[in-house]
Every structure is written in structure tokens, then in C-alpha cells.
Design a protein around this ligand. Structure first.
Ligand code: SAM
Ligand code: DTB
Ligand code: SF4
Length: 333
């Protein structure tokens, strides 16, 4: 018979907390999932997917950069770091006006997005900035959209303030494995990231946490990243899997591109180890064919970033996405 039966199934084990999912994955088990034939892996992922989700629905989140560039961190993939400003030529902007953000959110809703995600190029927000961001969150929520923000590291008190303003999700990525992390970012630690995630949880918000494929990491690193996510006390409700967007002037520009099948495998393994989470096919879709995106949906991706721009880089046009959905029989959600 197939090797599927040798693979530990997602689902209850003796070490699980109350949600019924495993939180005690070992790296060898995750590598065993990755190491199956492509066909067996996709079959397993799609089988898990159908137990917890409608396979023909994909959720749409729209991004806006409310504060662009000039960031104090040195993330090697990111065009918004002040450290690479000379090479990227990306100017630093001030925090946007509340009215302009709400105008954009209205358009996002009219175009069919269900969640609006506000991103800021901050290491961590200042309390003064949070006042304005809280107004944006309340305004976006009042439009009937789900709210998400990604503002860097937050303290427990700041997380409580964001929750009180109406924030549904906080995005904060671990990006890669703990082992590879230091090759990509030196200005804050993996532990710092985990602490913010805990603050977000403690404040009662949904966690959006994932990472990037294609930064020169190994499969062990990709497995290590998924292991960290799956072994959190509670799985992130949303798991963005980004393919590196190579931006000229950043240290990772020119990095060897990852094999597209390895990206799809990462989506599939994320789906298997975090069965009930939304797995988002995130940055990098401009470089993906329709066929590759269809394979990502088959592997269990059920959310995308929608709208013609991510934060600073292009994303496929919304109409193009809706046409692809129609060809695949997918309903936007
Ligand atoms: N400054 C905040 C932070 O880093 O937490 C929020 C914004 S930051 C741009 C959000 C995430 O976008 C990063 O954690 C990273 O995973 C992703 N990202 C940034 N640049 C990217 C790129 N060039 N390609 C793919 N993903 C990228
Ligand atoms: C995430 O995981 N990906 C998004 C969002 N969370 C904030 C950002 C992608 C950024 C891609 C590069 C850019 O447009 O600047
Ligand atoms: Fe700053 Fe976020 Fe970019 Fe890192 S990923 S440089 S923290 S904006």
C-alpha cells in the first residue's frame, strides 16, 4: 500500500490540548510529510482540507501600506528597511491620514474583499501612532470588513488597545526556522517574535503568522518553520505562506529561486499540520502561473491577498483573480 499509512495523521493524539489537534510535531515527522510523492502529499492535504473547509471557497484579504519605508529593522528580504534605502530607492512616508485609509477600504469592500489588512514599516509602534491606527481600525470595522494589522512588535498593553479598537487579526510572521532566522534578520530575535504572538493571543485576537519560501533556506528550515507554527499552544487562525518577491537593492535580490513544487509542498504540509487554519497563498503570485496557483488551492490554500498591490510590490489584478476563480469553480469569500 501507499506510504500514506506510515505518516502520522493530523488529529487527536495523547499530547493534544483541548482543540483536538497535535501540537507535538517532531521535525522528522514533518520531513516525512514533505518527502512523500507529490501525488500522495496532495491527496493527503486535500483529504484533510475537505474535513475542515469547503474546497471551493477562497477568502480575500486586501492589503494597504499605511506607513511605508524607513524601517529600523534589517530583514534581508524587505524593500522597506532603511538600511537598503540607497540601493532600493524606496522613500520613507509618514503614517497615512485616517480618511484616505477608509476611502481605500471602501473600495476594497466594493471589490469583494472580506478582510482589510493595514501594514506599517515599524519595528514596533509608538503609543502616539497607535491612537491614529485605532481610529483606522474602528473605521474599517464599521464598514463591515474584518480587520487585520501588522505593525511590528507589540507589548501586552498595546495588543489590548488594538483589540479594544476592534482589531480581529494581528499578523506577525516568524518568516523561517529558528536556525535560519539569524541569516535573515539580526535586529530582533525569534524569541521577540514569539513574545509578540503571545501578547496578541493573551489580548484575545486571532493570530496570523507564517513565513517566506525562497530565501535560500533548506527543506529542514521550511519544516522547522511549520513545526514552530504547529507546535504553538494554539494554531494561528491564519498562516500566510509567501514566496519571496525579489526586490532590487535588497540583500536577497538574486537569490536562487525555489522549486515551485517545493512551494506547493509547503502549502500542503501547512494544511496537514494545521487542519483548521486558513492557509494563505500570499506574496509572489505575480511570478506564479494560473496552473501553479490552482495546485496551491488543491494543496489546501484557501485565502489570498487580493488587489493590485501588496505593500510596495505588485499583485495580480482583482479581475484576473476572479476570472481564475470562475475557471476553477471557486467562490470568493
Ligand atoms: N513591519 C512589520 C513586521 O515585519 O512585522 C509588518 C510588515 S512586514 C512587510 C510583513 C511581512 O511581509 C514580513 O514578515 C514578511 O514575511 C513579508 N514580506 C516582506 N517583504 C517580503 C518580500 N519581499 N517577499 C515576500 N514576503 C515579504
Ligand atoms: C504577509 O505574510 N505578507 C504580506 C502581509 N503579510 C503583510 C506582505 C507581503 C509583502 C511583499 C513585499 C511588498 O509588497 O513590499
Ligand atoms: Fe521592517 Fe517589517 Fe520590512 Fe522587517 S519586514 S524591514 S520589520 S517593514
Amino acid at each position: 500500500m501507499s506510504d500514506l499509512h506510515a505518516i502520522p495523521a493530523a488529529g487527536p493524539s495523547s499530547a493534544t490540548p483541548s482543540d483536538g489537534f497535535r501540537h507535538d510535531w517532531r521535525v522528522a515527522e514533518i520531513l516525512a510529510l514533505y518527502g512523500q510523492s507529490f501525488s500522495n502529499l496532495i491527496f493527503q492535504a486535500q483529504s484533510v482540507h475537505r474535513q475542515y473547509h469547503d474546497p471551493n471557497r477562497v477568502q480575500l484579504s486586501q492589503l494597504i501600506s499605511i506607513k511605508t519605508g524607513g524601517c529600523a529593522e534589517d530583514c534581508a528580504y524587505c524593500p522597506q528597511s532603511a538600511k537598503y534605502k540607497k540601493e532600493t530607492g524606496l522613500a520613507a512616508d509618514k503614517l497615512m491620514a485616517v480618511g484616505a485609509v477608509l476611502e481605500d477600504a471602501r473600495k476594497a469592500k466594493a471589490n469583494g474583499a472580506s478582510r482589510y489588512c493595514m501594514g506599517a514599516a515599524w519595528r514596533s509602534p509608538k503609543d502616539k501612532d497607535l491612537e491614529k491606527v485605532a481610529e483606522m481600525i474602528a473605521g474599517v470595522k464599521a464598514l463591515g470588513l474584518e480587520t487585520c494589522a501588522t505593525l511590528g512588535m507589540v507589548t501586552g498593553d498595546q495588543a489590548v488597545r488594538l483589540k479594544a479598537a476592534g482589531l480581529d487579526y494581528y499578523n506577525h510572521n516568524i518568516d523561517t526556522s529558528e536556525e535560519f532566522y539569524g541569516e535573515i534578520i539580526t535586529t530582533r530575535t525569534y524569541g521577540d517574535r514569539l513574545e509578540t504572538l503571545q501578547n496578541v493571543r493573551d489580548a484575545g485576537m486571532n493570530v496570523c503568522c507564517g513565513g517566506i519560501v525562497g530565501m535560500g533556506e533548506t527543506r529542514e528550515d521550511r519544516a522547522g518553520m511549520l513545526l514552530t507554527l504547529a507546535n504553538l499552544p494554539q494554531h494561528p487562525e491564519s498562516v500566510p505562506v509567501n514566496q519571496l518577491v525579489q526586490v532590487k537593492g535588497t540583500p536577497l535580490f538574486g537569490a536562487e529561486a525555489s522549486d515551485p513544487f517545493e512551494f506547493i509542498r509547503t502549502i500542503a504540509v501547512a494544511r496537514i499540520v494545521m487542519p483548521a487554519s486558513y492557509v494563505r497563498l500570499s506574496a509572489g503570485r505575480e511570478d506564479m502561473s494560473d496552473e501553479m496557483q490552482a495546485l496551491c488551492f488543491l494543496a489546501g490554500a484557501n485565502s489570498i491577498f487580493y488587489g493590485e498591490k501588496l505593500l510596495t510590490t505588485p499583485n495580480p489584478d482583482g479581475n484576473q483573480d476572479l476570472q481564475l476563480f470562475a475557471r476553477l469553480g471557486i467562490e470568493p469569500e
